[in-house]
Design a protein around this ligand. Structure first.
Ligand SMILES: Nc1ncnc2c1ncn2[C@@H]1O[C@H](COP(=O)(O)OP(=O)(O)O)[C@@H](O)[C@H]1O
Ligand SMILES: [Mg+2]
Length: 344
């Protein structure tokens, strides 16, 4: 997350957004090459083909768009693309590009073959978008000199580069921008067995002696999200060091995770607040997104990007044309009885 954004997502131990201690360890835990990237088999295979193809033609690969929720590996994949190509990597983000001049400054200083990672591309300033289209297509930037009627655009060639865009909200991208990416990778929630592999790999890198059933427990409660898996692992490690005798078995993992308010299925405070409001206040829905968000004191975007995808995936909530509705599973998980005539 960029620093100039409000701390909407800094909600605690299961927020899929990166906090300060995540960033500190990211360097150590991020897989560097495609073969170390766990899960997402289809994306991995597709990406591998795109990269190999470009390498065998001796050209910069097509621009790549990565879409998917926070913490699922978009930044990791961008870095992997540069590593696999042996190319330099430049990192910037949508919020950092407030004017087209900001983008021109980046584009005009790219080296040949460089990978430009534009995180949160949907937040880029509108006037910069036009400039990006031309750069992506023709490797050219039109620099405007002067003001008013006398202004002229001077075309400037830039080095062929590969743009890697990342977004949690692909639906917000204008179609002309989306169309200029040669390949779109959708990263989705991870399977429990993949998360378990990630947890064991991270434990190895952190020098944590983790019992297999403890790894399973952490994986199961990670909301399908590698970033959360790594964070829970660290919390469990802390707990074992401070409260226990350092051994990391399943009981220790369970005790640590309940201390951090992560429930059996990995739901966190926001997830549970959303479900609670949906069930108690709105009798299971249907209710509109913004009404629901207001009732839990969050921005609609936070509820939509952070809480909802997992609640829908886990079968607690459904999106319908009339609004969000709870499923019978939600009533059951929250220990509530649906009133007569409740939706679901
Ligand atoms: N497929 C994966 N295999 C192993 N670790 C992963 C994988 N995807 C993500 N991670 C870990 O999760 C963390 C968050 O991933 P990141 O790429 O920053 O997510 P995003 O950019 O989508 O928010 C990374 O630091 C990395 O250690
Ligand atoms: Mg990222």
């Amino acid at each position: 997350m960029s620093d100039n954004e409000p701390d909407l997502y800094e909600r605690g131990v299961v927020s899929p957004e990166a906090g300060a201690d995540d960033r500190a360890l990211d360097g150590a835990l991020r897989p560097r090459m495609l073969e170390d990237f766990v899960g997402q088999d289809r994306v991995r295979e597709q990406l591998s083909l795109v990269l190999r193809g470009a390498q065998s033609r001796g050209r910069a690969p097509d621009h790549v768009l990565m879409s998917g929720g926070p913490g699922l590996g978009k930044t990791t994949l961008a870095m992997i693309i540069a590593n696999e190509l042996g190319a330099p990597l430049r990192i910037t983000s949508g919020p950092a590009i407030e004017r087209s001049g900001d983008l021109a400054a980046v584009l005009s200083t790219l080296q040949e073959g460089e990978v430009l990672f534009l995180d949160e591309i949907h937040r880029m300033a509108r006037p910069a978008e036009e400039m990006l289209y031309v750069a992506m297509e023709d490797f050219r930037v039109d620099v405007v000199v002067g003001k008013g009627p006398g202004a002229t655009a001077i075309p400037l060639d830039i080095a062929p580069f590969t743009l890697v865009g990342a977004t949690t909200r692909a639906g917000l991208l204008p179609a002309p921008l989306r169309d200029r990416f040669g390949f779109t990778a959708h990263v989705d929630f991870y399977r429990p067995e993949d998360l378990e592999t990630i947890v064991r790999r991270s434990a190895g890198l952190l020098g944590v002696d983790l019992a297999p059933d403890a790894a399973q427990e952490v994986a199961r409660r990670s909301r399908g999200t590698p970033r959360i898996a790594n964070r829970l692992l660290r919390r469990v490690r802390d707990y074992a060091e401070v409260r226990g005798d350092g051994t990391l078995d399943r009981a220790t993992a369970r005790a640590a995770l309940s201390l951090y308010e992560v429930d059996e299925l990995g739901l966190d405070r926001l997830d549970r607040a959303v479900l609670d409001a949906l069930l108690r206040r709105f009798r299971g829905g249907p209710v509109g997104l913004s009404t629901l968000a207001v009732s839990v004191g969050e921005e609609p975007e936070t509820v939509e990007v952070v809480a909802e995808p997992f609640l829908v995936r886990a079968g607690f909530m459904a999106r319908t044309p009339r609004g969000r509705v709870a499923t019978p599973r939600a009533w059951e998980h929250m220990g509530l009885t649906p009133p007569d005539g409740a939706a679901g």
